[in-house]
Design a protein around this ligand. Sequence first.
Ligand code: GLU
Length: 286
Amino acid sequence: MTDTIPYRGRLAPSPTGLLHLGHARTFWIAAQRARERGGTLILRNEDLDSQRCRAEFVHAMYEDLRWLGIAWSEGPDCGGPFGPYSQSERHQLYLAAWQKLRDAGAIYPCTCSRKDVSQAAGAPNEGDDEPLYPGTCRSKSPPLPEKTRREWGTQISGANWRFRVPDGEEICFADLHLGPQSFIAGRDFGDFIIWRRDDVPAYQLAVVVDDTAMQITEVVRGADLLKSTARQLLLCRALDISPPDYYHCSLVRDDAGLRLAKRHDALSIRNLRELGWTPEQVRGKT
Ligand code: GLU
């Protein structure tokens, strides 16, 4: 990205629980970076997973972010030129990307169960929620001629769709905070899911489609997503998209050294607020 393009950043929380101290720190950095660059900050509600997302958490996230002193100028609550800003309303865009990937032979349907994958993969990949896929269905689905791919088109649901990663290729990027990063496809992560068998687009696909459609120039998020960035760079390449810049924030850890998750209700922004913390204390020193 060149400096001549106006800065557009985003906050992309998933309403699956209360936002915690880690989110506060990351979102505050995102807001500061947009402000310092005279840019635009967007709020995107990442509510794709209807099983896990709840309306009460959407309201809580608006309120907690405002209490922290973060303001956005485009979002589900205030609209904007790139709406809708809730992922649950953007299905057609994801579907178009799925079609493009399918037509290019970049993805294949996978009928393995979660259990099949975890048993074949042994221990889940460290610190990552998606185990390395052993490639069972990949070998059944070599890049296929156009006719067969068209037949797949009628069967989007009922199978997980996986992106065929280029085994052994080193995926490098320069993180604006953490410096040079490198991951090996097929070793650090395997063929990842881009569309779930319950007909829900996966995070990796949705985020690439939305960051592009919303003309995001810089993605600020937690360092737990570094490996996902490598995956997303592959998706960008397959979709012929020029990726944004990336700034991954260091993670806030709990007393045991574990990264914070939404189960850490004690460290939720609202709990800290009730305990008398000020917005400055929750935002931390940046
Ligand atoms: N919605 C994702 C989450 O809450 C973050 C997505 C991103 O920043 O790319 O973990």
